[in-house]
Write a protein that binds this ligand. Structure first.
Ligand SMILES: [Zn+2]
Length: 432
């Protein structure tokens, strides 16, 4: 075997194992940290949560942690088998023999491989929903709904992903060396269209959206919308309770296509001023143009991604290392899709730092338009309690995985405090 090919194989093996080891280590750190604080409610949380609820949140965190460790090891083994067993080149060969080398056939092969590789993850997903979430009283999804969701996801992928793949492969044919720039432009255009269409066409396939019901709550929220010059008709209530008792709120779309969505579960849990504060936070995301900024950042990432694929597609060693014959673009796309995660994983703290910055900005906006931080703090505390969030994640773990600052970080920022409180952290991973 060519020595370069051998070295590449070893490097890829090392990258897969390094990511797996880092994930297991972070989970281990987090587990130890949670166990160290498990005895009784840490003093800073005494007024937020009672002993039985705290004990339940610890148990929930540990159960999720165990499942995550199993998932990490399982995924790494699966990835190694898939890329080094020769299975992929064999499938590619069978597919081109059978369907021919046309763009339509190659796109079908890529799509089918993606769908098949998603199958081994289903049992763990199922266990998470119907065993783990069920045990802690969060699951409201029926078996039928769960399977229907998967089916809808697959059909949506077929309707949107397949034409996109065909287009990218066509661009490679049409434009030769500069295809990666065209493909990137196409993807960016597609993402922009989806940002507009998803709230109108895709989200309603999974959930029902309704305007806020009449009453004092609606009046209050509409007044806030008027005060902040936000189009109030785009505030909607979603039947999140159809799948889970977890509560949330989010902002989506941009410009005239914006939409703020409040889960029905959130409306049940929060008092009116707290709900108003959550809405103010979401309006903050809109005012600070967070969706546009995040899209720009991800566009830079995909530009780099396409450029790297175009470089790899010219390297014979890249194909040989995984048993492919050099030449066609499809194996390069497939291998990049499977392996990019082992590199991008190391950038996730950076992406999450960027996201947490936005959360702080939206919080500050909410406190400003509410004239006080109290209602938002009340809402965040309640969300952490109701969702049984981990109140004591390991700092390294939260830096790596949390898209939202911890509860204490948010409270401190809202109250303008800088002092440390014995280094204890709180989670708000599911909250607004
Ligand atoms: Zn937010």
């Amino acid at each position: 075997m060519n020595p370069v090919v051998t070295i590449v194989s070893w490097i890829v093996l090392g990258l897969v194992l390094a990511k797996c080891a880092a994930q297991l280590w972070l989970d281990h750190l987090n587990r130890q940290y949670v166990l160290a604080h498990a005895g009784s409610v840490p003093p800073v949380f005494k007024e937020i949560i009672d002993e039985p609820t705290y004990a339940k949140s610890v148990e929930y965190t540990l159960a999720k942690n165990r499942l995550s460790q199993i998932e990490t090891a399982y995924n790494a083994v699966l990835l190694l088998v898939v890329i080094f067993s020769g299975l992929l080149p064999w499938c590619y060969q069978v597919s081109t023999n059978w369907l021919g080398p046309s763009v339509w056939a190659v796109a079908a092969f890529l799509f089918a491989i993606g769908a098949v590789l998603a199958l081994p993850g289903l049992p763990l997903e199922w266990y998470h929903q119907f065993r783990l979430e069920e045990r802690f009283g969060f699951n409201t999804t029926t078996q039928k709904l769960w399977w229907l969701d998967r089916l809808k996801g697959l059909l949506l992928g077929l309707a949107l992903g397949y034409p996109l793949l065909v287009l990218v492969l066509k661009l490679v044919e049409w434009t030769d060396g500069g295809w990666w720039l065209w493909a990137w432009g196409t993807l960016l255009g597609f993402q922009l269209i989806m940002l507009v269409l998803a709230p109108v066409l895709i989200l309603p396939l999974f959930n029902r959206f309704a305007p806020l019901p009449e009453g004092s709550r609606r009046e209050r929220l509409f007044k806030l919308a008027a005060r902040t010059r936000f189009h109030a008709r785009s505030i909607q209530v979603m039947d999140g309770s159809k799948r889970s008792r977890h509560s949330n709120a989010f902002f989506t779309g941009f410009g005239g296509f914006r939409k703020i969505v409040l889960f029905d579960t959130l409306i049940q849990q929060l008092a009116e001023p707290e709900l108003e504060a959550v809405l103010a936070h979401e309006i903050g995301h809109f005012k600070k143009k967070h969706i546009t900024k995040t899209l720009l950042l991800s566009a830079l990432g995909s530009l780099a991604g396409f450029y790297i694929i175009s470089l790899l597609a010219k390297q014979e060693w890249f194909y040989r290392a995984f048993g492919f014959t050099p030449g066609p673009i499809a194996p390069a796309l497939l291998l990049f899709g499977l392996l990019s995660g082992v590199v991008t994983f190391w950038f996730s703290p950076l992406a999450h730092w960027w996201s947490r910055r936005h959360e702080f900005q939206a919080d500050a906006f909410a406190a400003e338009v509410m004239n006080e931080p109290g209602p938002l703090i009340g809402a965040l505390r309640k969300l952490n309690e109701k969702n049984l969030s981990n109140l004591t994640p390991h700092p390294a773990y939260s830096r790596f995985y949390y898209s939202h600052p911890t509860l204490l970080e948010r409270e401190r920022a809202l109250q303008g405090e800088n002092g440390s409180r014995r280094g204890e952290k709180a989670e708000a991973d599911r909250a607004i």
